[in-house]
Design a protein. Structure first.
Length: 138
């Protein structure tokens, strides 16, 4: 189900994002750092790093709550330039209620298998729509 949702997001398809792990309250998303995703200084554009964090936070919150969700708000801290071959975002739910989940995410730049933290994010993920709808993690 998670990969199906990702495939219905045109921007995710455009940048070839990959859902590499998903379980209740946890998510890992990855994207290759291509020339098209870099900014003028040669590292991944902050918007791409932010996208990965936002989407990973939403997956973590949605799978923890088992309902359709949207991002209510999130904050990101860029701690170093995202230089490498690939970006990996790992998010997990920290607090979950019926109406929202607060989640955290670390984004790493990967070069030759070595990960370096490039950003940290936290967000509030809010329940969307019909209270009777459920989200499956399969």
């Amino acid at each position: 189900m998670g990969r199906e949702v990702l495939s219905r997001q045109p921007f995710s398809v455009l940048i070839a994002a990959e859902l590499t792990a998903l379980e209740p309250g946890r998510c890992e998303l990855q994207v290759a750092i291509t020339d098209q995703l870099k900014q003028q200084h040669g590292f991944a554009h902050g918007g791409v790093v932010s996208y990965l964090a936002d989407n990973a936070l939403t997956y973590a919150g949605g799978t923890a709550m088992h309902v359709p969700v949207v991002t209510s708000e999130f904050k990101i801290n860029y701690v170093r330039p995202a230089v490498g071959d690939r970006l990996v975002a790992r998010a997990h739910a920290v607090h979950v209620s019926k109406s929202q989940a607060v989640c955290r995410c670390d984004v790493f730049a990967v070069t030759d298998g070595q990960e370096k933290l490039c950003a940290m994010a936290q967000g509030t993920i809010a329940r969307l729509g019909d209270a009777n709808a459920t989200l499956q993690v399969a």
